[in-house]
Design a protein. Structure first.
Length: 322
């Protein structure tokens, strides 16, 4: 009788264990597939800290923090009195070709004199005179004078070319003391003030373009079949801007933030972007894959440094449950 009771207890325990395993597997199988990626970072596409490769005194900062600048605009200028003077001197040398014109006149005079002398000798020979009009030594001197004038023209031309290159070098020295914006944007930060001495490599001004943003995140393994390059996605602000593990899944659909007003404030709309890149490799530990979406800044909540939620608008293929 005791053995029968023990067997019954063992059988009941096995049935309970089997039911628990089946229930867990069934719940795991019926778990909803991920639909969005949270904890994606909002970053700037164009951001640069401009530094000088020369040392000198900072004499001008034409733009203050927050002001917009055009591409190639001068955002900082260092003292350039000496290079500017050298540039003006080089420009004066390169702009004058008077020496070349002078030697050309001398060449023309020597050629004319030689021609007249040879014509006079030809007439003397034709008239059967025993004495020629111009001695041969004078003709040799005239030919050498012509050759000398030609060489002087070559030398003056070479000096003019050198002066032109010196002018370009002086212009480069002046340009190196003028820091220019590589793209259109805003002055996000000024690291130095007018009157400070700048050393090579010192940061001076930071320029950012807030109109072009990139949403960077990590795709979990379960969502890889749902995304592809060129696919449209919806980007919405993440409600909790707290530190989370990158690539955290949202299994159940979450109501977008634009449908909720915070303390009576205006609704925050989502924006649409396109997946521009998916990494060819995945992290062997987390099984996540890096990707980014490029969007145009059209909402105030799209600020670099914050987090966003990326949700595919259309799924290219059906998801495969791990």
């Amino acid at each position: 009788m005791g053995k029968l009771s023990s067997f019954r207890l063992w059988l009941v325990g096995m049935l309970v264990l089997w039911w628990g395993v089946c229930s867990g597997s069934l719940a795991q199988t019926s778990a909803p597939l991920p639909t969005a990626i949270d904890d994606c970072r909002i970053r700037l596409v164009e951001q640069v800290v401009i530094a000088s490769d020369r040392s000198g005194l900072l004499v001008a900062l034409p733009f203050a923090e927050g002001e917009r600048v055009a591409a190639a605009a001068i955002v900082a200028r260092m003292a350039d009195a000496l290079p500017a003077a050298q540039l003006r001197l080089a420009q004066a040398k390169a702009s004058s070709d008077v020496i070349i014109r002078q030697h050309r006149v001398e060449l023309e005079m020597a050629q004319t004199e030689l021609q007249k002398s040879e014509e006079a000798n030809a007439k003397a020979k034709a008239s059967s005179r025993t004495v020629i009009a111009v001695p041969e030594l004078e003709l040799v001197k005239l030919r050498l004078t012509i050759r000398k004038a030609e060489l002087e023209i070559e030398r003056a031309t070479h000096e003019l070319e050198v002066a032109t290159k010196e002018c370009a070098l002086a212009q480069a020295e002046v340009d190196a003391l003028q820091l220019k914006a590589p793209f259109a944007g805003i002055v996000n930060r000024c690291y130095r003030s007018v009157g400070e001495v700048i050393k090579p490599g010192d940061p001076v001004v930071e320029i950012v373009n807030p109109d072009k943003l990139r949403i960077e995140g990590r795709i979990p393994w379960a969502m890889l079949p749902l995304v592809q390059v060129g696919q449209s996605v919806r980007v919405s602000p993440q409600r909790e801007q707290s530190a989370r593990k990158p690539g955290k899944l949202k299994s159940a659909p979450q109501a977008p933030l634009e449908n909720h007003s915070a303390e009576g404030s205006a609704e925050i709309p989502s924006v649409t972007g396109v997946i521009g890149f998916i990494d060819a490799t995945s992290d062997p530990v987390t099984h996540e894959t890096r990707f980014w979406v490029e969007v145009r800044s059209g909402s105030a909540w799209l600020r670099p440094g914050l987090r966003a939620r990326v949700e595919p608008v259309e799924h290219p293929v059906a998801a495969v449950s791990p």
